[in-house]
Design a protein around this ligand. Structure first.
Ligand SMILES: *Cc1c(COP(=O)(O)O)cnc(C)c1O
Length: 383
């Protein structure tokens, strides 16, 4: 059902549409996959899990070189597992930061007592590759480079290919948080020289939350034995036990994994990354054009914008009240996302999940309606 005016929009199961960066709106069939119980040693479950793990590397063209190591928990668990498994205690990581997820990697490494070098740019600015190269050339103690693919804080697309070329040129390992981009944006693990790529069940593959995973270059994973500084987040140990038994070391989120299996089936039926990314790109185009027509301004220039989530400047008009805007949209069946920027007062609208252009058009109609209720015909302030 699509909302116009005051009719409430809803997902296939009657819930409000999540225009958020994940968890996000999922299909009915993905939720229905969870209507059973399995023992963790159940042969059917073990087979489903194996298929999930085997299908993932192909999405980033890494089927011949990389393996998937799943990690129970949200996406951050996978990022922390990746950083603390691949970076040894005497390693040193160049962290490229332009948002909250880069900051989070810094915090993870500080707690784990790994040395870091920070290259930070504002949230609307990609890393300065000339400066990055200078740091790499002048700091031989750096062992790894860490980058965020789409920094969900703003929605900016970071140049992971160019960063990977620099890491490879200087002989550094390369670790990527591709959480909000995996499956939607093209990524070739070998072309960009990625040692490991972290992502999760509940973003662009459109599963439910509870499983992270790291796509690891096999030889690099083999060499990472003994690096981990925790038991549960040790990807080498998790993988070794899988090799031997096909099973998790600790209770797996079984329902999440079965739903993720269904989500992957639907992902490939949609044409894999080109199909999924194409739908999100169209969602993003409709959203940005429609919001600009209503007078809203995007934070990012179009060439920096990933088709995942869009940050809009808060309108300057004193009649615009964000809490009332948020609540009125929720009332109409659209959940948006507050901003988390330091550079500007803003809010965000996501393009991902089981949504298509008609949902985005419905959201735009609702937004037009809500600001009209504030007495505004446009979000642009008269000069
Ligand atoms: C969502 C996300 C994460 C993981 O967040 P969780 O809340 O732990 O799932 C990590 N990095 C990026 C870029 C993300 O978008």
């Amino acid at each position: 059902m699509i909302a116009t005016g005051s009719i409430r929009a809803a997902s296939e199961t009657g819930d409000a549409l999540l225009l958020t960066p994940g968890p996000l709106t999922t299909s009915r069939s993905i939720k229905e996959a969870m209507l059973h119980d399995w023992g963790s040693r159940d042969a059917a479950f073990v087979q489903i899990n194996r298929e999930v793990m085997e299908r993932l590397p192909g999405i980033v063209n890494a089927g011949a070189t990389h393996v998937t190591v799943p990690m129970q928990g949200s996406g951050t668990f996978a990022v922390e597992a990746m950083l603390t498994t691949f970076v040894p205690s005497d390693g040193e990581v160049l962290i490229l930061i332009n948002g909250a997820y880069g900051q989070r990697a810094r915090k993870i490494l500080e707690i784990a007592r790994r040395r870091t070098v920070i290259h930070e740019t504002p949230e609307d600015t990609p890393p300065d590759l000339v400066a990055v190269e200078r740091v790499l050339a002048s700091t031989p103690s750096i062992t790894h480079v860490f980058a965020v693919h789409c920094e969900t804080t703003s929605g900016i697309l970071n140049p992971v290919q160019e960063i990977g070329a620099l890491a490879a040129k200087h002989g550094k390992g390369y670790l990527i948080d591709s959480m909000s981009a995996f499956g939607a944006l093209p990524l070739d693990a070998n072309a960009i020289h990625a040692d490991a790529i972290a992502a999760s069940s509940n973003k662009c593959i459109e599963g439910v939350p509870g499983l992270g995973f790291v796509i690891c270059r096999k030889d690099v994973l083999e060499a990472a034995k003994g690096n981990a500084s925790t038991l549960v987040l040790d990807l080498h140990d998790q993988w070794t036990v899988f090799q031997k038994t096909g099973q998790y070391r600790f209770t797996p989120p079984i329902h999440v994994i079965v739903a993720f299996h269904q989500a992957l089936t639907e992902f490939f039926a949609e044409g894999g990354q080109p199909g999924r990314g194409g739908r999100y790109t169209e969602n993003c185009r409709v959203l940005v054009e429609g919001m600009r027509a209503l007078g809203f301004r995007t934070l990012l220039q179009d060439q920096l914008q990933a088709p995942i989530i869009v940050t809009f400047h808060m309108p300057g008009d004193p009649r615009f009240d964000f809490q009332r805007f948020y609540d009125a949209l929720k009332e109409r069946g659209y959940v948006i996302y507050p901003g988390k920027l330091t550079v500007a007062d803003s809010f965000r609208i996501g393009c991902i999940g089981r949504l298509d252009r008609t949902h985005m058009q419905g959201a735009l109609a609702a937004i037009r309606d809500v600001i009209a209720g504030f007495g505004m015909t446009s979000a642009a302030m008269a000069a």
